[in-house]
Design a protein around this ligand. Structure first.
Ligand code: ADP
Ligand code: MN
Ligand code: MN
Ligand code: MN
Ligand code: MN
Length: 370
């Protein structure tokens, strides 16, 4: 079975040790390799291209602005195709270790200097700057599903289905989890890069996994999550495994995939912060539609397939909240209810959400009262 899979994937078939020989070649001191990463017009997929810099820039402001062909990324027409990459955050490059090489996360701008339609970071940053005194923290749980190159879940029987859900969540053993190696590689690569990855676990549906990023203040969690997704897709190339962030990759009696967003302000984290948490939940209850529209890249369409009210979700049509309730829109973790301070968990964001849109909506509703 495994051999068959390898033979089908052109990327997995390439010998992985040949590259090591070249990666050991000394890198000139005055040459830094930089991978510029950005979100394309789907609002969901990532693009990247590389350049050589003469030295490691001292701060993010010193990285050169770069351009790209927006007509090939669903972001502009061919007759006026140049768009701009503005560096916003830098990470160590786990794919080129041993020298000071970097991953450079960018947001995207049109020639008239306006942000592109898929640049949700611009408005998120504006909201975070206005809310900065409340020190908003975010922690996002990214669920994702591994697929074989035939787009069938990785490790599932080619004809039929694995046994029903039950043994797979946080599972251990060859018949319970698939491609742990990829998960391990991703975890360590994220730590090396400088991402605040908080943990990882196997999920309820076989071939589904989760990692958590945060808690991070302001823009840090969303920036980290986008780069963690980039690293995940890059590693998946090596295994010839496809990563999907689709929120309901398998219809039927299989769990979907979300990106629960854990959120707190300074006031919520302080003694008796539970009162602030309850105030925030009240505000959220009045803005359900705004949040559903912000929580997947298709304005709620993707989440329709996932937020059915079954499989540990709440219905997309209703707002609900509860302590330790995994069938609610908002869950107050039991430990938070007991300590009367901490954070809330918004369970609605889809696995393929743009974390900039999610964090922005939470801050505008709960902190800025918009
Ligand atoms: P779950 O029980 O829902 O599976 P996880 O352990 O997967 O929870 O994720 C919890 C997330 O909450 C982590 O990403 C963590 O960083 C985040 N978190 C913890 N404390 C806070 C806080 N005060 N504010 C925001 N996020 C927090
Ligand atoms: Mn060219
Ligand atoms: Mn979790
Ligand atoms: Mn989960
Ligand atoms: Mn959760």
């Amino acid at each position: 079975m495994a051999m068959e899979t390898l033979a089908q994937s052109p990327n997995a078939r390439i010998c992985k040790t040949v590259l090591e020989k070249y990666m050991r070649l000394p890198q000139p001191d005055n040459k830094v390799q930089a991978t510029y990463i950005w979100i394309d017009g789907t609002g969901e997929n990532l693009r990247a291209k590389d350049r050589t810099l003469p030295s490691l820039p001292k701060s993010i402001k010193d990285y050169p602005i770069w351009n790209y062909d927006g007509s090939s990324t669903y972001q502009s027409e061919g007759h006026n195709s140049d768009l701009y990459l503005h560096p916003v955050a830098v990470y160590k490059d786990p794919f080129r270790p041993g020298a000071e090489n970097v991953l450079v996360l960018c947001d995207t701008y049109k020639p008239n200097k306006e942000p592109t339609e898929s640049n949700k970071r611009y408005k998120c940053l504006e909201a975070m700057e206005r809310a900065a005194a409340h020190k908003p923290w975010f922690g996002i749980e990214q669920e994702y599903t591994l697929l074989d190159t035939d787009l069938h879940p990785f490790g599932w029987p080619k004809n039929g289905f694995p046994g029903p859900q039950g043994p797979y969540y946080c599972g251990v053993g060859a018949n319970k989890v698939y491609a742990r190696e990829l998960v391990e590689a991703h975890y360590r690569a994220c730590l090396y890069a400088g991402i605040d990855i908080a943990g990882t676990n196997a999920e309820v549906m076989p071939a589904q996994w989760e990692f958590q990023v945060g808690p991070g203040e302001g823009m840090k969690c969303a920036d980290d999550l986008w780069v963690a997704r980039y690293i995940l897709h890059r590693i998946s190339e090596e295994y010839g495994i496809v990563v999907t962030l689709d929120p309901k990759p398998m219809p039927g009696n299989w769990n979907g995939a979300g990106a629960h967003c854990n959120f707190s302000t300074l006031e919520m984290r302080e003694e008796n912060g539970i009162i602030e948490i309850e105030k925030a939940i009240d505000k959220l209850s009045k803005q359900h539609l705004r949040h559903i529209q912000a929580y997947d890249p298709k304005g709620g369409k993707d989440n329709e397939r996932r937020l059915t009210g079954a499989h540990e979700t709440s219905s997309i049509h209703n707002f609900s909240a509860g302590v330790a309730n995994r069938g609610a829109s908002i869950r107050i973790p039991r430990e938070v209810a007991e300590r009367k301070q901490g954070y809330l968990e918004d369970r609605r964001p889809s696995s393929n959400c743009d974390p900039y849109a999610v964090c922005e909506a939470l801050v505008r509703t709960c902190v800025l009262n918009e």
